[in-house]
Design a protein around this ligand. Structure first.
Ligand SMILES: [Zn+2]
Length: 584
């Protein structure tokens, strides 16, 4: 990989390249600009032609090379950024993995040709265009989102063979399959085709919608997963709507392509569709970089509410403000937009906080039943949702509102919240939620920040599983000083209260699982330490900038850069570990 990145950096001068994105003003040897990654009035984004790096010494404190810039600006992953830049620099990637590169390009080409073929097919089927218009889509939307039609049989296979593609690659793309008689056939048979693009706008898959609803065939069929298509990572429409999402700081999440297209057409352009997967952590991670608010829509039935609650829990873990779209009296966003083009815009503006919506919904049900047992169950159910809220302030606000709804006092609800059975997969996310339990009983002075929450959880694990102390001692320097005494001498009588607290919050638990959690927590501590050091360097850079000292500046920026790389490594390792865990 090293060679490719070097080649790209040789060919693309960072100053020239960034000029196509932002307005650069000369400043001594460097250039300055308004940072594109945070709101500011005075430019604190600096580009160094000498080092071919950029760095923001304002509040976002980001920095890196041209590749990192594209990843951040276009919201794409490293391999995508590499491909994108290679295209811009007109170089062929020399990656050790030439085969994979070739495969990607062939799959991109097949999808591009297939898309054009489907568009041509649609033009020949006036009846289907009429059908799409009856559903509410106009010509412009059909063109912009490159909707097509697949007549099926072997029409596409023959077309691609004429273009000299290999059948094996067609099968790999998911567009063709080999039937029982050994013949290659089109996967999509008599379906309206919606191309699905990745973040850099390349078509990587399709969704095919059946023409007439049928008992025997699914309404929607997606391309199978392929080297270029991972369903749980791609959001339909994201490559078109990402700028609008960033601008509004809000993402409207709908369920299907038609919902997306009708929302877009009616002017609600900060929308994405999850098309049959539900919101995944990948999706949320991607959206969180652009938005702080998420507006969820759902089908108004019990399956829809369950799906809504799952998305809500996940979104709260990512610290989003969550809202719910009120579609009444319409069935879904597509219907609403068709009936009244102004409807969705207003519904987004008036979207209720998700918890207000849920509280109303459940208490209406409970009141109708008038039963104490049901009320208790409802309370517990709602508290389990509130528990996923990351911000303590916000959590308290919902407890307060829940208290008003239910007539229970806040303290009863807080007690209930703390006594909810633990959800194993979220032990880390819940650690800060234990703050109120025994805060004063810990034998150390705590500041109540994230480092403390993590450190306390680590100690709690070790008090219940003393074999962990050896590992913890190895990483002692990652802990705030106030914890060093405990770590060195856990047996000291002073820690008795803490021990009790530990057995209360950790319980018995599976040792291997807890060990895994311990390693994750130690990594998290490392991240906090690196972030703090980064903050110090940021101040150094700021000072050097003020003093006009190029030398100090260069030193601090180099240090900052290597720290940023280290942090990147640690963070991505962490995410991988987590993904494996949730995938299991
Ligand atoms: Zn910035």
């Amino acid at each position: 990989m090293q060679k490719d990145t070097d080649l790209i950096k040789q060919k693309l001068d960072i100053v020239d390249f960034l000029r196509s994105y932002i307005n650069l003003i000369p400043a001594g040897k460097n250039f300055r600009a308004l940072c594109p990654f945070h709101q500011e009035k005075t430019p604190s984004f600096i580009v160094s032609p000498e080092r071919q790096t950029w760095h923001c010494f304002g509040s976002c404190a980001e920095g890196g090379d041209v590749i990192k810039f594209v990843m951040k600006y276009e919201n794409i992953e490293f391999p995508e950024a590499l491909r994108y830049l290679a295209e811009k620099a007109s170089i062929t990637l020399q990656s050790t993995n030439l085969r994979e590169e070739r495969e990607y390009n062939i799959l991109y080409d097949i999808h591009a040709e297939a898309k054009q073929f489907f568009i041509d097919q649609l033009e020949k089927h006036g009846d289907i265009i009429t059908y799409l218009k009856n559903r509410g889509l106009n010509d412009e939307t059909i063109r912009e989102f490159e909707i097509g039609f697949s007549s099926g049989g072997e029409a596409l296979v023959l077309n691609l063979l004429n273009l000299k593609f290999d059948v094996a690659d067609m099968v790999k793309s998911g567009l063709a399959y080999k039937n029982k008689s050994g013949l290659y056939r089109d996967r999509f048979d008599g379906r309206i085709m919606f191309p699905i693009a990745n973040a850099i706008g390349k078509t990587v898959a399709f969704t095919g919608r059946i023409l007439k609803d049928s008992e025997t065939e699914p309404k929607y069929v997606n391309s199978p997963e392929s080297p270029v298509f991972n369903k749980s990572k791609i959001l339909y429409g994201f490559h078109k709507s990402k700028n609008e999402i960033a601008h509004e700081k809000t993402a409207v999440v709908v369920e299907g392509q038609m919902d997306f297209l009708m929302a877009w057409q009616s002017g609600v352009k900060n929308t994405v569709a999850v098309s049959g997967t539900g919101l995944t952590n990948f999706h949320l991670e991607k959206l969180r970089r652009l938005a702080d608010t998420i507006v969820l829509s759902f089908d108004n039935d019990s399956a829809g509410i369950k799906a809504l609650e799952r998305s809500l829990d996940a979104a709260n873990e990512f610290d989003f403000h969550t809202k719910v779209l009120n579609l009444k009296p319409h069935k879904d966003p597509a219907d609403a937009a068709k009936a009244d083009p102004a409807f969705l815009g207003n519904a987004v503006k008036n979207a209720l906080p998700a918890f207000t919506f849920l509280f109303d919904l459940y208490f209406n049900i409970a009141e109708k039943q008038g039963d104490m047992a049901i009320k208790k169950r409802v309370l517990r159910h709602l508290l389990s949702r509130v528990r996923h809220v990351r911000s303590g302030v916000e959590r308290n606000q919902w407890v307060k509102e829940l208290s008003q709804h239910s007539g229970e006092t806040e303290s009863v609800l807080i007690e209930e919240l703390e006594n909810l059975p633990a959800e194993r997969e979220n032990t880390l996310g819940n650690a800060p939620g234990n703050e109120s339990v025994g805060q004063n009983s810990v034998a150390t002075k705590t500041t109540g920040d994230r480092t403390d929450a993590i450190a306390r959880r680590v100690l709690a694990l070790a008090f219940t599983h003393p074999s962990f102390w050896d590992t913890i001692r190895e990483y002692k320097e990652r802990f705030p000083e106030s914890y060093h005494a405990i770590i060195e001498n856990p047996e000291s009588g002073q820690n008795a209260v803490f021990e009790l607290y530990a057995s209360y919050i950790v319980g018995k638990g599976d040792e291997a699982e807890l060990k895994q959690e311990l390693m994750e927590l130690l990594k998290q501590l490392n991240i906090e330490v690196l972030r703090k050091r980064q903050g110090e360097l940021r101040r150094d850079i700021h000072k050097a900038q003020e003093n006009g000292s190029d030398e100090e500046m260069a030193k601090a920026m180099t240090a900052f850069q290597s720290l940023a790389n280290e942090l990147d490594n640690v963070v991505s390792n962490t995410t991988h570990a987590k993904k494996e865990k949730t995938g299991a």
